[in-house]
Design a protein around this ligand. Structure first.
Ligand SMILES: *[C@@H]1O[C@H](CO)[C@@H](O)[C@H](O)[C@H]1NC(C)=O
Ligand SMILES: *[C@@H]1O[C@H](CO)[C@@H](O)[C@H](O)[C@H]1NC(C)=O
Length: 368
């Protein structure tokens, strides 16, 4: 699937339409821009601004404050150190996600730059392509292959994908479950290919070279569910990738294994890190190797992972998946201007200086 050339021509219009786009949201021009529709299915793509950045992880380290490593969290304001297995859309009152109905939480590791003197600095996220006005955060995708083909998650559902301890490739070739895009030009430039599908610019390890326009991280969740469990002890066993491994996020026709026969919406997370101020080779390691670390202490990039706690109101996600909703064009759901969704926040409980130069990653060295 290609990003069509109208992306380029229309992006020049972005600043012109921005004004009316933020006010009433009638003229949501950016919803027209994005990958071309490839089939009869629904595909939502929308930005969720940061709701909090802190060392909490209600799935892996429930109740621990601080948790083992730093995360960036987006979505509903019911996020907390412990989250009950219940309908969290009823616990929260707002969300940083574009659609008001989505009080889910999504979180990933943060990225850090390590300078030659050994100090670390957090790399900020930037508003992703087509998400002007977002406050950092994550872009979320949900795809289904057609009406009636996906079963939306049940209240209380949660899952984790990836493995924070992974330091080597799964060798899945193009079927990567997580990948990095090295932008070779400003404004998300360099490749028209969809995530994890560029043979040169997408890797399951950190790019080895400076990336002129920043680095994007994509995390693809499993597509198949056992149909019974809202969660399992490792937060993974109740879900599975299709037979043969993850498919491209937009092509959700993969076959589910008999152990996990129920097809769920394909969730994908996309994070745009603004590495542009960290591209000076004088500050990179003297041997020329790349200077970035995930907050879980991973210097390879293979340990990127994503966490999800479902929190859509009622049957709103199911209805959207059974419709022709596309990108942010979904009359069944309520879109919010960035200025509105950005107001939703979770108070910080683990107080740390997020943007100082640090002697070690928050939470300590973890085997580096
Ligand atoms: C380490 O290097 C960075 C980047 O040059 C600098 O900003 C920081 O202050 C240095 N830290 C120490 C402890 O010298
Ligand atoms: C939005 O979706 C509707 C229904 O599928 C379609 O008719 C309309 O053209 C779309 N609008 C935009 C702006 O893409």
């Amino acid at each position: 699937m290609l990003w069509p050339s109208r992306v380029v021509t229309l992006s020049a219009l972005a600043s012109v339409v921005a004004a009316q786009y933020y006010e009433g949201y009638e003229g949501d021009a950016p919803m027209l821009r994005g990958p071309a529709r490839t089939g009869p299915g629904a595909m939502l793509r929308f930005g969720c601004s940061q709701v909090v950045v802190e060392r909490l992880d209600p799935l892996v380290d429930p109740g621990m404050a601080p948790s083992s490593h730093m995360h960036q969290i987006v979505g509903g304001n019911a996020f907390a150190a412990s989250m009950p297995v219940t309908d969290i859309s009823k616990l929260g009152s707002c969300t940083t996600c574009h659609f008001k109905e989505d009080l889910s939480n999504y979180w990933t590791a943060n990225l850090y730059f390590r300078a030659r003197n050994g100090s670390y600095k957090r790399v900020p996220q930037m508003a992703n392509q087509f998400n002007d006005g977002d406050n950092a955060g994550i872009t979320i995708y949900y795809t289904s292959s057609g009406p009636g083909k996906s079963t939306a998650f049940k209240p209380g559902f949660r899952m984790l994908t990836g493995d924070s301890t992974e330091r080597k490739s799964d060798n899945l070739g193009k079927k990567m479950q997580q990948c990095y895009r090295c932008y070779t030009a400003e404004n998300f430039g360099g490749s028209p290919n969809s995530p994890c599908m560029d043979p040169k610019l997408d890797t399951d390890y950190f790019p080895k070279q400076p990336c002129v326009g920043g680095i994007r991280s994509n995390i693809i969740f499993p597509l198949c569910w056992d149909g019974k469990n809202l969660d399992t002890p490792n937060h993974k066993d109740h879900v599975s990738h299709p037979v043969g491994g993850p498919t491209s996020f937009a092509v959700v026709t993969g076959e589910c294994p008999s152990s996990h026969p129920v097809k769920i919406p394909q969730v994908m997370l996309e994070v745009a890190w603004d590495t542009r101020t960290f591209n000076n080779p004088e500050e990179w390691p003297e041997d020329g190797s790349q200077p970035f670390y995930l907050s879980n202490g991973d210097h390879t990039g293979f340990g990127q992972h994503g966490d999800y706690v479902f929190g859509w109101q009622g049957d709103s996600l199911q209805r959207a998946m059974d419709s022709a909703c596309y990108l942010r064009n979904c009359s069944l759901l309520t879109g919010m201007a960035p200025t509105v969704k950005n107001l939703c926040q979770v108070p910080v409980t683990v107080k740390e200086d997020l943007d100082a130069w640090l002697d070690e990653l928050p939470g300590g060295p973890k085997g580096m």
